[in-house]
Design a protein around this ligand. Structure first.
Ligand code: ATP
Ligand code: MG
Length: 397
């Protein structure tokens, strides 16, 4: 089909895009697709009716464009399409060529008449073209369970014809739901939590706590790798590297070992909140799931939540470890997450920390500390790293 122009036709879940926000969502999706496919051989990204089209410079660009589109949230499914003049006879003439290499016993035609000026309605096109394909191939029409679907989209500028559906993640375009601050460890769970929020249209900023120089930089290196990986979904990210070592040194001087994790956590949340406010994020995200480890009991969650002045969201709260691992594997973050590291939370804590932290005890222990000063110091000494996906970097040039 060298002489036909190739396009990618992107569809969203219509329900997610209902109402007044639709034009804005579609604009955001179009922009995100433009960024995601930068440098991949896309000539033009354009908005059609309830779809976005990407015109490829060349049919050979398809595999790369396909893999980039798959990572764009808000895309429910997409197709490789060819464009033809708005002429049914011309389409019939092309049909043998379009169907070359496909063998099927049943099919259906699904027409969408986006251009209402076209003289036949979609049902009439379905019937007319269906009869033609039936004669041509000997295959039967099956509306319910066809082996292939032939889609004909009647756009003002011509027909778009396409066959094979590629499923994507759906969700909402990153950016439409605002910004969140993700507490990112080097572990398995928090990147999955970040991914889920990004899938719901949130732009993520990342906060990683480290105890360098009390431990080595392995957890920082993992956080960097994880953010680099996740940036392909949002094109640009900030990672904040917040120091916890001084705070931990203070805590071990005054608090019993069993309470240290809870106290670390409360400091992490205070610092994350301060960064969230500074960079206009509206919620804090963690990778906690109920009962997974001793710090993730309802009692301890309550004690940690108590310091948060913005909503703390835990998208994995009801997930099993196995489900989280599956998701991390699919996302490609699992191999990074399982690399050995020296995690700040395991520093100076017993094997079995308190599972039912008591708020009064925690408050009494914190009275011994200059909480405000420690938080302020940590925020001031936080390092910011900026990441751009290769596509976004090309765009900035
Ligand atoms: P993960 O796999 O995300 O590390 P986990 O099962 O190891 O989670 P915890 O270590 O109890 O659980 O951490 C719970 C959550 O607290 C993490 O999902 C993350 O959101 C946050 N967190 C833990 N350690 C750090 C850290 N060093 N920096 C930033 N956030 C952290
Ligand atoms: Mg962890």
């Amino acid at each position: 089909m060298e002489d036909l122009k190739t396009h990618a036709i992107v569809k969203t879940h219509e329900l997610a895009l209902k109402g007044k926000n639709r034009p804005w969502f579609m604009r955001k999706l179009t922009n995100n697709l433009r960024q995601a496919t930068r440098g991949a051989g896309v000539e033009r990204v354009w908005q059609g009716q309830l779809m976005v089209g990407l015109s490829l410079a060349d049919d050979d660009c398809w595999p790369e464009v396909k893999s980039r589109i798959k990572d764009v949230f808000g895309v429910a499914k997409f197709y490789k399409a060819y464009d033809l003049p708005q002429d049914l006879d011309a389409l019939k003439e092309r049909m043998p060529q379009l169907l070359e290499g496909r063998s099927f016993n049943s099919f259906r035609i699904t027409t969408n008449r986006a251009d209402k000026r076209f003289p036949m309605n979609s049902e009439q096109v379905n019937r007319d073209l269906g009869a033609f394909v039936k004669d041509l191939t000997g295959a039967a029409v099956s509306l319910k369970n066809p082996e292939i679907s032939i889609f004909v989209d009647i756009q003002p500028k011509g027909f778009l014809v396409y066959f094979d559906e590629v499923k994507a993640h759906g969700g909402l375009p990153v950016g439409v739901s605002g910004k969140v601050a993700v507490m990112l460890s080097g572990g398995i769970d928090s990147p999955v939590a970040a991914w889920q929020m990004m899938k719901r249209g949130c732009h993520a900023m990342f906060v990683h706590f480290h105890s360098y120089p009390l431990v080595d930089r392995t957890s920082i290196e993992k956080a960097v790798d994880l953010v680099q990986h996740l940036t392909k979904h949002q094109y640009e990210s900030n990672l904040f590297l917040a120091p916890l070592a001084d705070i931990q040194k203070q805590i071990i001087l005054s608090a019993p070992p069993s309470y240290r994790v809870v106290l670390y956590r409360r400091f992490m949340v205070r610092i994350t909140e301060a960064l969230a406010r500074k960079y206009r994020a509206q919620a804090i995200i963690t990778g906690e799931s109920c009962g997974q480890v001793s710090s993730q009991t309802l009692e301890n969650i309550a004690v940690v939540d108590q310091v948060a002045g913005v909503p703390m969201l835990r998208p994995l709260i009801g997930a099993n470890k196995e489900e989280i691992v599956d998701q991390a594997t699919q996302m490609g973050t699992f191999p990074i997450s399982i690399l050995p590291d020296q995690d700040c939370c395991t520093l100076f804590v017993p094997k079995h920390p308190e599972t039912k932290a008591d708020l009064e005890t925690v408050l009494r222990l914190e009275e011994e500390l200059d909480v405000e000063g420690l938080v302020k110091d940590a925020v001031e000494n936080t390092e910011r790293c900026h990441f751009a996906s290769p596509e976004a970097a090309a765009l900035a040039k």
